[in-house]
Design a protein around this ligand. Sequence first.
Ligand SMILES: [Fe+2]
Length: 382
Amino acid sequence: MDYKFFMPQTSLMGPDCLKTAGTEIAKLGFKNCLIVTDKVLNKIGLVSKITRMLEENNISFSIYDETSPNPTVTNVNNGLKKLKENNCDFIISLGGGSAHDCSKGIALLATNGGEIKDYEGIDKSKKPQLPLVSINTTAGTGSEMTLFAIITDEERHIKMSLVDKHLTPLMAVNDPLLMIAMPKSLTASTGMDALTHSIEAYVSTIATPITDACAEKSIELISQYLVRAVENGEDIEARDMMAYAEYLGGMAFNNASLGYVHSMAHQLGGFYNLPHGVCNAILLPHVQEFNSTVSAERLAKVAKILGGNIEGLSPQEGAALCIKLIKELSVKVGIPSGLKELGVKESDFEILATNALKDACSLTNPRKGSKEEIIAIYKAAM
Ligand SMILES: [Fe+2]
């Protein structure tokens, strides 16, 4: 199989790498920035760290801080309006997946025109997006380094998946000192999102030795550091290692794509406006149970990386151990036990399953499911 691998041109990692980001951005010659973020990050002072960094490098800026947790078409359009009004020549997204995805939408429309729904699907744009520097404040979505963007269409109540090489940020910044403020529940759900990326990429139909290596190391780091990061948000080593874990997970799924956990979670997020990481964490063991008839050997390897003893176990038994360990980790970090707790209704499963099968992430799930089988997975996750 011929193979392409995508990631940002520059990635900065480690405590205090935000300082280096300032000088690197200045070297690129940008003059006028649109900062895309949300009100909470503005209120707690993270945005002022970015504006100070820009001032020190003589770069002017405007701020769009109205990104929703599940960014919408309206968010993208309003951000684009602000970008045009202020003649910005690049964007900094500050936040987690929401800010990065919203920024990708704005940056793509800034150079390609049209409406964001025109780019739903795979590689629909003609031109590179406006340069984007993604500064991450969570450790999970991987959006600071991927070519994926998920935008909610409020009219259709669905999440659109945009998969486009032009969406890759120019620079990704993962400074763990910016992640200390993340509350426990967000640390847990974003960390479980990262685990989902790595496991779905690992069992994907287009996994390669490169994505396998990224996924394996990512799972190992999550298994060592997620609980520590949740228990003590100021544990810099745990925050730093979780940033590496989520970045590695991003490298894996950016190139091996995902599977049914994400296609099913996207529908829940779009329909009920639920947090992405929580939906993934709940669905992950149930989808892997479905996959285990074809991916048992790979799931048994995941069990071993998660610290399980697979000696003497058959691949099926190893896969069952993997599913058990995922559930135990979810409980340890405080993820709700089922979809019922989130207000999900069985009467919606028909439409959710229909749309999940149309989601781009379904293409690479290792076992193909019928609508009835997807409904059965949703039911099991209640
Ligand atoms: Fe995700």
